[in-house]
Design a protein around this ligand. Structure first.
Ligand code: GLV
Ligand code: GLV
Length: 340
């Protein structure tokens, strides 16, 4: 009577042995290097005690019914969990693990990379090389770091959690002394916490502001809030029209936070300077004719925010250990309280 676990991707030689070498487990792994097929998952979930999934798997009543009452734990190899029905997990008493913290630095690194790329005509210059004619003012964009003639730099964050703060820390050497952010309207402002964070990062100003002020004042806006209904298209035409013409927008969170059509229009019409996008609505099914791929000064990447070897091994290890903790009634290293 081994415990059955279903894993929707091969987690590689550094991590699979944690599960495969455990004699108390019967491990079933999706055998392809592609998004796990829903029908396969529903069939193989029958009688499972644990399921380990990627962002692409919907975690809903249908899946939990397919597994049956044996299901004790679901573990996702992601920090985001908008693919999970938390109410269903909570009401069925199924424990749920995710992978915060281990990917914070990798995503903050990529956010800075996109902020730099978006302002410097990277897409256009990579496309034309080596057929270029150098001239003093060609391909000039706004500078991310402060300059003698333009010394003030303000960073705006939509969402101000772990990844946003790690991104702010990286912006300090660029001369950013002002930090504005928005937060979930259901939470109360905390001025003492803001003052403590301003001191921690060494900035002159760190304030929670309304969206229109964030758009108006920021030289770079980082979208780093969770996905889901509450943040759907929070960056819309109104927000984009309110941005500085020299500003750049970076989205390393979820595609659903940004209205892609409005952003494409904004870039074509020059409401802002450029954009760096790691996530798009509807991914991974996105065609080469996507409006953002065709928009000027828009760098689009295929959701690689956490894609460093160390970070992905860290995420997979954490997901496996969450699964094991939940299976054997022990502490899970990163368990989400689904009843909140
Ligand atoms: C990536 O997008 C994640 O949620 O881990
Ligand atoms: C620069 O950061 C300033 O506001 O003086």
């Amino acid at each position: 009577n081994k415990l059955k676990v279903v894993v929707t991707r091969d987690l590689g030689p550094d991590v699979m042995p944690l599960l495969l070498n455990n004699k108390e487990l019967d491990v079933v792994v999706w055998p392809h290097n592609s998004v796990c097929d829903r029908k396969w998952l529903l069939e193989n979930a029958a009688g499972a005690s644990g399921i380990l999934v990627m962002l692409s798997e919907k975690l809903d009543a249908e899946l939990f019914d397919a597994a049956g009452p044996s299901l004790r734990v679901v573990s996702t190899m992601s920090v985001g969990y908008e693919h999970a029905d938390l109410k269903e997990l909570s009401s069925r008493g199924i424990r749920f693990g995710y992978t915060p913290d281990v990917l914070t630095d990798a995503v903050a690194d990529l956010s800075i990379m996109l902020a730099l790329m978006a302002g410097r005509n990277t897409k256009e210059t990579l496309d034309i090389w080596p057929n270029f004619v150098w001239s003093p003012y060609v391909w000039c964009g706004p500078q991310l770091s402060a300059t003698p003639t333009s010394p003030k730099r303000t960073a705006g964050f939509i969402g101000f959690g772990r990844i946003a703060q790690a991104t702010l820390a990286r912006l300090i050497p660029f001369g950013f002394q002002h930090c504005l952010y928005t937060a979930n309207p259901a939470t109360a402002p905390d001025h003492a916490a803001d003052a403590a964070l301003a001191a921690k990062y060494g900035v002159r100003e760190l304030r929670r502001v309304p969206l229109d002020e964030l758009a108006r004042e920021s030289d770079v806006v980082f979208v780093l809030a969770p996905g889901g209904a509450a943040t759907y298209h929070i960056v819309d035409e109104k927000f984009l029209r309110g941005m500085k013409k020299s500003a750049v927008l970076v989205n390393t969170a979820r595609g659903t936070l940004v209205d892609s059509d409005a952003l494409a229009k904004a870039l074509h019409e020059g409401w802002l300077y450029g954009a760096g996008i790691d996530v798009v609505e509807g991914e991974p099914k996105v065609g080469a004719d996507h409006p953002l791929v065709k928009a000027p000064r828009c760098v689009v990447l295929p959701h690689i925010g956490s894609a460093t070897t160390d970070t992905r091994i860290g995420m997979a290890t954490l997901a496996a250990n969450n699964l094991l903790g939940g299976l054997f009634g022990k502490e899970m290293p990163a368990e989400l309280n689904t009843s909140r």
